[in-house]
Design a binder for this molecule. Structure first.
Ligand code: AMP
Length: 299
């Protein structure tokens, strides 16, 4: 297995300006692995409670996600509730219940310990670090995080950042982490914390990549109707890392190309509630959208 992800599997309650959905399948590792699986094999390490629905395990398995590192613990699955403002740009977390995730001690299956590419999806930094320590000599490790962890676990997060190759942050997280208002300054300061590359997500305004030999910006794919942006960041990361793993290297030119695949994966994610659109996306659809994106940005 060359690509491994660790993160949350969740039941989300989402409120948008036009609808509310309760207890839908979500979680950082869920979105990530559904997107990454479009590019090649991906294994997932995570924990769910004994309330996790069989159809959700089956869905992940049917999309080719290796679930041998999925632990089922006694108790309830991680839950998150969020609400979006009408313009989609502001998201409020209503509640986070760690449940079985609180005492999760990740165990990377033997077969995945030699993974060459590792994604530490949004999770408590201590848990991300425990997973990282079990992977023998990864070629490229990317970490994600969230405002909650910057708030309550910053020392552990800073410790983790010293050990990864890349970090992916949205604009709010980058500002919170570095104290810099200007995004370019925030990205540059993030590079002094350890990672060689930073991917900054700016929602509907796209994403940029900064690092040694890599300076690249891409707009978001213009989606006609956004239904639910939850998981867009994780799907971006899934498309990005899935493509990096498929190319087998993390050279700056590969990372630039992978930004296109991440952008395409995120655009499918936002077209449906929860994972519903992403989970029926095909590689051919991703490739077509990558082609459209390239045409949009070529002068
Ligand atoms: P995104 O929209 O890409 O930021 O990801 C949203 C997903 O992250 C949701 O499906 C949530 O279940 C999950 N999530 C929310 N808060 C956290 C957290 N503090 N740690 C890990 N995962 C989270």
């Amino acid at each position: 297995m060359s690509l491994l992800a660790i993160g949350t599997l969740a039941y989300d309650t989402i409120e948008t300006a036009s609808a509310t959905r309760e207890e839908q399948l979500g979680g950082s590792a869920t979105y990530f692995s559904l997107a990454a699986a479009l590019f090649g094999p991906v294994a997932l390490v995570g924990v769910v409670g004994d309330d996790f629905r069989k159809k959700d395990t089956e869905l992940l398995g049917s999309r080719g996600v290796d679930l041998s590192g999925l632990e089922v613990a006694k108790g309830k699955t991680f839950r998150w509730a969020g609400r979006y403002e009408a313009d989609w740009n502001t998201r409020h977390t209503i509640s986070t219940s760690l449940n079985v995730f609180e005492h999760f001690d990740p165990k990377v299956p033997h077969a995945s310990r030699s993974a060459r590419f590792l994604f530490l999806a949004n999770a408590a930094p201590e848990i991300q670090a425990k997973a990282l320590a079990q992977v023998v000599s990864p070629v490229f490790v990317m970490a994600d995080t969230m405002n909650l962890w910057i708030d309550i676990a910053k020392p552990a997060l800073l410790d983790l950042l010293r050990k990864v190759d890349a970090v992916i942050l949205n604009d709010e997280e980058a500002r919170m982490l570095t104290g810099e208002k200007n995004l370019l300054r925030a990205a540059t300061k993030t590079l002094t914390l350890g990672p060689r590359f930073v991917v900054l997500k700016k929602g509907e305004h796209g994403a940029f990549l900064i690092g040694k030999g890599a300076h690249f910006a891409l707009p978001a794919y213009p989606v006609e109707e956004v239904v639910d942006p939850t998981g867009a960041g994780d799907s971006f990361a899934g498309g990005f890392m899935g493509h990096v793993a498929a190319e087998g290297n993390a050279e700056p030119a590969t990372l630039r190309r992978s930004m296109v695949h991440g952008t395409a994966a995120a655009s499918f994610c936002v077209e449906g509630f929860g994972v519903e659109r992403l989970a029926r996306c095909t590689k051919a659809e991703i490739d077509a959208r990558c082609g459209e994106l390239r045409a949009i940005v070529t002068v």
